[in-house]
Design a protein around this ligand. Structure first.
Ligand code: AMP
Ligand code: GLY
Length: 425
């Protein structure tokens, strides 16, 4: 089957790796995806040209990595061309594209989430009055897509007032801040749960935990994610059961009932609170770097899995997971998530990849004129390994990291520490 993967980060390299026995085209791809097929120079938001490529090259199935094309309607464009695509329609992708929509949807469907209120751009004074009634800490969110930057966790009312001003008056996030969600702070440990939904039925992928902050001990600014592991021991079997019954099922049933049946990956970002799991956010795609640990843990024909999701035939299909664990350490350019230099040669990739049970996923890499792999982005590599348990997976991932060198490389040394703590109790 010929499959088009839309995107060019570590997540899309992981998708290509999981689909490596298929005939693959990746748009735009990266140095890693090029190993499994061909890359075409079309940007993920260039929906018209993606459809054109898919038609010309007789693509049988498309799968979308990131949220932007989904929110912009890529599913509708492919459907109109008769090419099956794994990913929700733009109406269903509002679960990620509009936090205001997601919150109101959750309330309507009884899905547990933080208490909140939504305000539009004309209601600054009302928002301020509401905020002053809230017990800090409080969380201010730009409703629209803000590339992970639109969420501000504020420890004091004063900080929250400044954040509100930043979003609503200074319009720091442009149109993404036209609506603002003010919500209460949830205490607990975060976890990511991924379902693949075909409109009616779903299968679960392994759970995972991301490491969003740049610094060790979860300090410093938020990033796209500095590492991940799967499964996440904080999500016990009982908790997962509860997540299915109180979050995943009401969400897919609610979306179908309201006329926006959900097809594709649904990523529930959860807080495991003292009173049970609550939704922090929904995303309409796989996580990055979570995909790098979740996909290696599947024990399935992934092409068939995706095809069934796109065709609505997940029915009583069972998606098996491997035993053991996977861990991914992100190697980033020094300075990320702020400014950083690019173009540094990367050495040791072959040595790292030759280690047992290890895969090095490329994110911000490219080839220079002489064919050498060089850094070209903030998150450069997702160094991933599997093992009989989390400890072994982490040990292997860090052994591979030790082989890889580029100027100003930065990575966290404490990936998986929370997971290990659960396993050692
Ligand atoms: P989001 O983009 O909504 O996932 O938010 C980014 C990060 O902000 C989350 O991963 C959490 O670490 C944090 N966050 C968002 N909302 C809340 C909340 N209500 N309580 C605690 N932390 C939150
Ligand atoms: N790793 C967080 C995300 O993909 O949104």
């Amino acid at each position: 089957m010929r499959i088009l993967i839309v995107g060019g980060g570590g997540r899309e390299h992981a998708l290509a790796w999981a689909l490596r026995s298929s005939d693959l085209i990746t748009a735009p791809g990266n140095a890693g995806t090029a190993e499994f097929g061909c890359n075409v120079e079309v940007a993920p938001h260039d929906i018209e040209n993606l459809v054109a490529v898919a038609r010309e090259r007789h693509v049988d199935l498309a799968v979308v990595g990131s949220e932007v094309p989904l929110v912009c309607g890529i599913e509708e464009a492919f459907r109109a061309s008769g090419i099956p695509l794994v990913g929700p329609s733009s109406a269903a992708a509002r679960l990620e594209g509009s936090k205001a929509f997601a919150k109101v949807f959750m309330t309507r469907n009884g899905v547990p989430t933080a208490d909140y209120s939504v305000f539009d751009s004309d209601s600054f004074d009302k928002a301020l009055a509401y905020l002053r009634e809230c017990e800090p800490p409080v969380v201010i969110k730009a409703s629209g897509l803000a590339f992970g930057k639109g969420v501000m966790v504020c420890q004091t009312t004063q900080e929250a007032e400044a954040a509100l001003d930043h979003v609503m008056r200074a319009k720091a996030f442009g149109s993404a801040g036209q609506e603002v969600v003010i919500e209460s702070f949830l205490e607990g440990e975060e976890a990511s749960v991924f379902a693949l939904i075909d409109g009616d039925d779903y299968v679960l992928l392994p759970t995972a935990q991301d490491h969003k902050r740049i610094g060790e001990g979860d300090t410093g600014p938020n990033t796209g994610g500095m590492g991940a592991y799967a499964p996440a021991p904080v999500v016990t079997c009982e908790a997962l059961d509860r997540i299915c019954h109180t979050i995943i099922e009401p969400t897919l049933e609610g979306m179908a009932r309201e006329g926006n049946p959900y097809q594709g990956f649904l990523y529930a970002g959860l807080m495991m609170t003292a009173v049970g799991p609550k939704v922090v956010e929904f995303n309409c795609r796989l996580g990055d770097p979570e995909a790098q640990v979740v996909l290696p843990m599947l024990d399935a024909d992934f092409e068939e899995t995706l095809w069934r999701a796109a065709e609505g035939s997940l029915g009583n299909y069972r998606l098996s997971h491997k035993k053991g664990a996977a861990a991914c350490v992100v190697m980033a350019s020094g300075g990320y998530p702020g400014s950083y230099e690019k173009g540094f040669p990367i050495t040791g990739l072959k040595e790292a990849a030759s280690l047992s049970n290890t895969v090095v996923f490329h994110a911000g890499t490219s080839m220079d004129a002489g064919g050498a792999t060089v850094t070209s982005g903030g998150r450069v590599l997702g160094v991933t390994a599997t093992g009989i348990g989390l400890r072994e997976a982490l040990h292997r991932a860090y052994a591979a990291v030790d082989q890889i060198h580029f100027k100003q490389a930065y990575y966290r040394r404490d990936i998986g520490v929370r997971g290990l703590a659960h396993l050692e109790v």
